[in-house]
Design a protein around this ligand. Structure first.
Ligand code: TRP
Length: 335
């Protein structure tokens, strides 16, 4: 890693709360794979965040391992990226607690994701759900990350991370690098197929709205055939007036490399039926090699173990240094 000291560092993570979606692939993972040469990249399975909502333990374990296999199958080379499981690196919990004490009740109360999630889980509004942004700040600050690739829904959490880091540095000197949110130059915000005004999400109540990366071809095709469009039977990019069609165009464009102009010409005078079938087929072809490679990797548990063990070791090496510094600054007696 000696010659990587000058590279900017990137950290991001996804919660293993379910199978990864086409939205996570096109909006995040696909772009991450291209960053490895230019940046020093850390990607985690954010399992500690996942338990803010009740999980079936066996499912959480399976989703975590499957997510790792899918990261690798999507082109995140474990030799070039540090791939790790958050709970394998105790520094996250250690710094998370310290940062809880430098995060204000008032600022946490303003987080829109907390308001949304507590409305959805009214019977389990636990303290972890509330302090989640302080743990996420720890995730980022532990690695002194320069850039945090996130979707729009996480920008507020990167903002509060910057506020917490600035507050801490204001008291103790330059302990943390202040990170920036990073929106990759190419990337897609994939919307639900059935309610295209909302982001495609694995927690979507309507299973038809969300396509999973490892889903069977016939299920993917069926979901695209049922995707919501509009009544003017014209394939044209206009997200405000035609959110459903524009979302499908966006997906088709990323899957095939065609521009919006080319897509409009291709489907000029043809119905939405043909268009939706073509989009579905392009997604099936895009995901097929990833699904096959993920299945192949999942059959080799000892390889996956070696990846996450090495990842935890590399991540701990960096993270423990930050915790050491922080513990000293706040006045904890050295052991
Ligand atoms: N909060 C993110 C989400 O729900 C996941 C996450 C946890 C994350 N820690 C992070 C993302 C640190 C970026 C950086 O999608």
């Amino acid at each position: 890693m000696e010659n990587e000291v000058h590279k900017k560092r990137i950290l991001s993570g996804i919660q293993p709360s379910g199978d990864l979606t086409l939205g996570s692939y096109l909006g995040a993972i696909k772009n991450w794979a291209a960053l490895a040469d230019e940046y020093d990249c850390y990607y985690m399975m954010a399992d500690m965040h996942t338990i803010t909502v009740r999980q079936v333990p066996a499912d959480l374990r399976r989703h975590t391992l499957t997510q790792l296999a899918t990261y690798i199958a999507s082109g995140l080379d474990p030799e070039k990226n540090v791939l790790f499981v958050q709970s394998h690196v105790p520094a996250h919990a250690q710094l998370g607690w310290v940062l809880d004490c430098y995060t204000m009740f008032g600022e946490l109360s303003r987080m829109t994701q907390f308001k949304d999630k507590s409305a959805k889980n009214a019977d389990n509004i636990n303290a972890g759900l509330f302090t989640y942004p302080a743990l996420m700040a720890a995730d980022i600050l532990l690695y002194q990350a320069d850039l945090v690739p996130v979707g729009g829904d996480q920008k507020q959490h990167v903002e509060i991370c910057r506020d917490i880091a600035t507050r801490f540095n204001g008291i103790y000197g330059d302990v943390f690098k202040i990170p920036e949110p990073y929106i990759p130059p190419v990337g897609a915000r994939v919307m639900s197929l059935t309610s295209p005004e909302n982001k495609m999400s694995k927690s979507d109540k309507d299973p038809g709205g969300c396509v999973y990366m490892l889903e069977k071809a016939e299920d993917i095709l069926r979901k695209f055939k049922k995707a919501v469009t509009d009544s003017d039977a014209c394939v044209r990019f206009d997200p405000a007036a035609k959110p459903g069609v524009s979302n499908l165009m966006q997906i088709y464009s990323v899957a095939t490399g065609k521009t919006f102009d080319e897509i409009e010409r291709e489907f000029d005078g043809r119905g939405y039926g043909d268009f939706k079938t073509a989009v579905g087929e392009s997604v099936v072809e895009l995901l097929r090699p990833i699904r096959e490679e993920t299945e192949h990797l999942l059959a080799d548990k000892s390889y996956l173990e070696s990846v996450y063990r090495a990842g935890a070791e590399k991540a701990s090496h960096v993270a423990d240094r930050t915790v050491g510094k922080v513990y000293k600054k706040v006045g904890f007696l050295a052991r």
